[in-house]
Design a protein around this ligand. Structure first.
Ligand SMILES: *[C@@H]1O[C@H](CO)[C@@H](O)[C@H](O)[C@H]1NC(C)=O
Ligand SMILES: *[C@@H]1O[C@H](CO)[C@@H](O)[C@H](O)[C@H]1NC(C)=O
Length: 493
């Protein structure tokens, strides 16, 4: 995007935001009626931006951002005024749609991603298949390594650090003798950055969740997404000394990707992959894919990107379940109902779930966990059992998200992996170890929509900031709105 286009977009987004702040803040509820959203077509004469009346009811309106309609509801008791374009009292609201001149041209946006074209989509830059289940490089399942990716979401702190470390301390190694590693999607609040730095130093991959883990982020604009995700990356750099170039993956909160907006931010800020898209329970799991083409599976959240983002990878959440549906099905493992099971039953459940991958197309088996899993002894023990068992299979490799994608861009058979450069552990420069005497910072923290000031404790090897770092102020300077993120592709010019 040109600089001018970016500035123009920022202005539009700012004015939109100002207009909507009152509505969204009071309201706080966000709609999931994506069918209706898809049917509404944003008027073309407006460059696809602005607020538009819902033809069906005066209680709702559509917020169009870059031509995509997001359904919004007026706060209780208010109605959408199609002249002033905001919600107001019933007596004052002029219900729409009120025709404008020129009449809006209703046409489907032209830049939607199209169906996968395998002939056009070649590794290492592009990967897709008709139903998403094909193995890259045309390998047979038997010669495809079964990758397992352990991922952890949320804050890292005293409540979970030792439990997380224990997962990796069970002397579990890959076939090349390297200890296994995981991927951590960090969110900010309550995170201990000395512990985060220790994880990075141990060779785990650090990726970004969001600063505030706010609900309803999927409906927000470019600046909010940049503030949440790029802000989180800045916090990790400043307080855990993890360089920006190490952080290449992102995950949206609550499995609600932010439509095209989030992916535009990831593209603009040099990310390699996202992992936020949920797949419904399918008999054969899907492989990660690039977003050059239309997503090949149903979008479970209804908020997936619809445009093409060439070369940006998606590592989707296949649903976890067993044949009998005991435990239900879940994207995150701790969301399946297994807490009434003993450790052996948990182990067997994981084995059966895993066999759907291992015995079919060997799509990477992602094991997404929250701290919740480790609150229940049986679940924790069952997991440890499963990891030991899986590590004994000679074609199973535990990899980080980035390692799995590196293999996918250049697929090699199992027998050629023992010296595979990207999966070795003796050739890496790891981030520096945390200090011995970290700062324990007691910081004042005022949520933007709250009346009182709280205290948050934050440990870091860096200097204590003035205030608790937050959206718009990742450095904790105490100056609200200090941050101003400039996309990498603009910086280079
Ligand atoms: C931060 O990381 C860099 C690169 O790993 C290292 O050279 C530097 O010493 C680290 N700084 C601190 C304060 O640990
Ligand atoms: C903040 O204070 C105002 C005025 O005292 C009050 O009306 C409002 O409810 C308070 N908001 C919160 C979130 O406590």
């Amino acid at each position: 995007m040109s600089t001018r286009a970016y500035v123009a977009r920022s202005r539009t987004m700012t004015s939109l935001r100002v207009l909507l702040v009152c509505v969204l803040l009071i309201n706080g509820t966000h709609q999931q009626k994506d069918k209706e959203e898809e049917q509404f077509v944003c008027p073309e004469g407006t460059q696809g931006n602005g607020n538009f009346a819902d033809p069906a009811t005066c209680r709702r309106f559509y917020q169009c951002v870059d031509g995509y309609p997001y359904l919004n509801r007026c706060p209780s008791g208010l109605y959408f005024d199609d002249i002033s374009k905001y919600c107001t009292f019933k007596a004052e609201a002029r219900c729409g749609p009120i025709p404008t001149t020129p009449a809006p041209i209703t046409e489907v946006p032209l830049d939607l991603a199209t169906k996968c074209e395998p002939a056009e989509c070649q590794l290492p830059y592009c990967f897709c298949s008709k139903d998403g289940t094909l193995i890259p490089g045309g390998l047979d399942p038997a010669e495809t390594p079964q990758m397992i990716m352990l991922t952890f979401d949320g804050a890292v702190n005293l409540n979970n650090f030792d439990k997380y470390k224990k997962v990796f301390k069970g002397k579990i190694n890959n076939p090349n003798g390297c200890p296994i590693k995981g991927t951590f999607f960090l969110s900010h609040e309550y995170s201990n950055y000395v512990m985060v730095q220790a994880l990075a130093h141990d060779g785990h991959e650090i990726a970004t969740g969001t600063v505030s883990q706010q609900q309803g982020l999927q409906d927000k604009g470019y600046e909010e997404w940049a503030g949440e995700m790029i802000g989180m990356r800045e916090i990790l750099k400043k307080f855990a000394n993890i360089s920006r170039s190490e952080i290449v993956g992102a995950r949206a909160p609550f499995l609600k990707p932010g439509r095209n907006t989030q992916f535009k931010v990831l593209e603009d800020f040099g990310y390699i992959y996202d992992s936020s898209v949920g797949v419904p329970p399918l008999p054969i799991p899907v492989w990660p894919y690039t977003l050059d083409y239309k997503i090949a599976h149903e979008c479970k959240s209804g908020t997936c990107p619809t445009k093409s983002f060439p070369g940006l990878w998606e590592i989707p959440f296949n649903a976890h379940y067993v044949e009998s549906f005991e435990g239900g099905h879940c994207p995150y493992l701790d969301q399946c109902v297994l807490h009434n099971h003993d450790a052996n039953e948990v182990f067997e459940w994981l084995q059966e779930d895993f066999s759907r991958y291992y015995e079919q197309n060997r799509a990477p088996y992602m094991m997404p966990l929250h701290t919740n899993w480790f609150q229940i002894k049986e679940l924790e023990l069952g997991l440890h059992k499963f990891l030991k068992w899986a590590a004994d299979l000679e074609d199973v490799w535990f990899v980080t998200m980035t390692q799995s994608l590196t293999w996918m861009t250049d697929p090699r058979p199992v027998k050629a992996l023992n010296n595979y450069e990207a999966w070795r552990c003796d050739n890496k420069e790891l981030p520096s170890a945390p200090c011995n005497l970290p700062n324990k910072c007691a910081l004042s923290f005022k949520q933007p929509d709250s009346n009182f000031t709280d205290t948050r404790y934050m440990e870091t090897c860096s200097e204590c900031p003035n205030q608790y770092p937050w959206l718009g102020d990742s450095g904790g300077s105490g100056i609200p709105g200090k941050d101003n993120y400039i996309p990498e592709n603009l910086k280079r010019k």
